[in-house]
Design a protein around this ligand. Structure first.
Ligand SMILES: Cc1ncc(COP(=O)(O)O)c(C=O)c1O
Length: 382
């Protein structure tokens, strides 16, 4: 079996699973309880927060635990709108964001907010100049992802940060769900970035846990009101086993980050260089450093993405159509659409997404299987 669908989700690391089980068995008190069991749980919660903050180079008070990427995006966007809606009703994002961002924006439009959806170029990259032009007196938020989940484009976060240095009141949100462990910490934790979304299951932690970085001093209204956990900003009893497991997963991932990034790049290059020799293949991701090391999106003209996915699956290789969210809906990839890719080609788009456990020999095997599949499709289409 070859698992090349790590942008959809990753396998929980065995040591991370051990932490999850141990905490569930031994430290199962509620961190808000006044007794010893509560105190132990609280201490572990705060240790996990401190560990994550240290790994990312921020303050522990700036980390807020959530249920994952979708919640983090919803909170950053709607929380800003709730908090700052009295000062302005304009938000800026891009056409290639994850649905957690795009659908949050659409919901706000129904409530009277105005949203600018910036276009992208043929590589899926937003123009900093166009972003600058889109800023208005009533802009309260700019939300731009670090790494696109469908083609792997890295957005010019540093350049956007520079533009926003002249607009200190505008919240700058970065969805970093696909960027963790990919050599981009410096980019996502830029001084000017105010809010960053993280999701545990994309880096070998369990599902249903994540965190939001909120720069100290930045105000965000809560979306979950209740018992006042997370400094009154995100109520609900904390998912301590998953939080402790996530802190461990992040440590394990970042320990070998440089080596892992080079390894993923080498695998991606092997596949890229193989695929580019085929007439009917279009590659949407590029090999340069403006693309993340783990994502490769391509199409075989005339064959639907889901047909390609199943042909690989029959050979024990797991890839996906361009995103896990769109795959079952049979929709054209919104990123490829925004990149002005013809709909006919876009419906053929598939994504290979790697992690540090994949190997170069898996890439060789993938390439061999690709050759067979390609020949088969050529015969069918001729
Ligand atoms: C860029 C991006 N943002 C947000 C999400 C949503 O994260 P979660 O599955 O943790 O809700 C994903 C998931 O694929 C993603 O790729």
């Amino acid at each position: 079996m070859i698992y090349f669908d790590n942008s959809a989700t990753t396998k929980v690391h065995p040591e991370v699973l051990t932490t999850y089980t141990k905490v569930s068995e031994a430290i199962w008190g509620n961190p808000s309880s006044l007794h010893k069991m509560g105190e132990n749980a609280y201490n572990l919660l705060e240790q996990s927060r401190a560990q994550i903050a240290e790994l990312l180079g921020c303050q522990k008070e700036e980390i807020f635990f959530t249920s994952g990427g979708t919640e983090g995006d919803n909170w950053a966007i709607k929380g800003t709108a709730l908090e700052k809606g009295i000062y302005g009703k304009h938000l800026i994002t891009t056409q290639v964001e994850h649905p957690a961002v795009l659908n949050s924006m659409k919901q706000l439009e129904k409530l009277g907010f105005e949203v600018t959806y910036l276009p992208v170029d043929e590589n899926g990259r937003v123009s900093v100049e166009e972003l600058k032009q889109a800023l208005r007196k009533d802009t309260i938020l700019v939300s731009v992802m670090a790494v696109n989940n469908e083609v792997g484009t890295i957005q010019p976060i540093k350049e956007i940060a520079q533009v926003l240095a002249d607009h200190p009141k505008v919240h700058f949100h970065v969805d970093a769900v696909q960027a963790v462990g990919k050599g981009l910490t410096d980019l996502i934790m830029d001084e000017r970035v105010d809010l960053v979304t993280f999701s545990g299951h994309k880096f070998h932690a369990p599902r249903g846990v994540g965190f939001l970085y909120k720069k100290s001093g930045r105000k965000l209204a809560p979306l979950l009101s209740g018992g006042g956990q997370e400094k009154n900003l995100r109520s609900s009893t904390e998912n301590l086993p998953a939080i402790a497991a996530m802190a461990k997963a992040l440590r394990l991932l970042l320990e070998n980050e440089t080596k892992n990034v080079a390894h993923e790049q080498a695998i991606r290059q092997k596949i890229f260089e193989h695929l580019q020799a085929f007439d009917k293949v279009t590659l949407f991701s590029q090999l340069d450093d403006k693309f993340a090391p783990h994502i490769l999106c391509f199409a075989i003209a005339g064959v639907r993405g889901e047909t390609i996915v199943h042909a690989f699956e029959d050979q024990g290789v797991f890839i996906s159509t361009t995103s896990a969210c769109s795959s079952k809906k049979g929709q054209v990839s919104s990123t490829l659409h925004a990149m002005q890719v013809d709909d006919k080609i876009a419906t053929s788009g598939v994504r290979v997404s790697l992690d540090e456990n994949n190997t170069l020999s898996e890439a060789d095997k993938f390439n061999q299987i690709f050759d067979d599949i390609y020949q088969k499709f050529l015969k069918i289409n001729s």
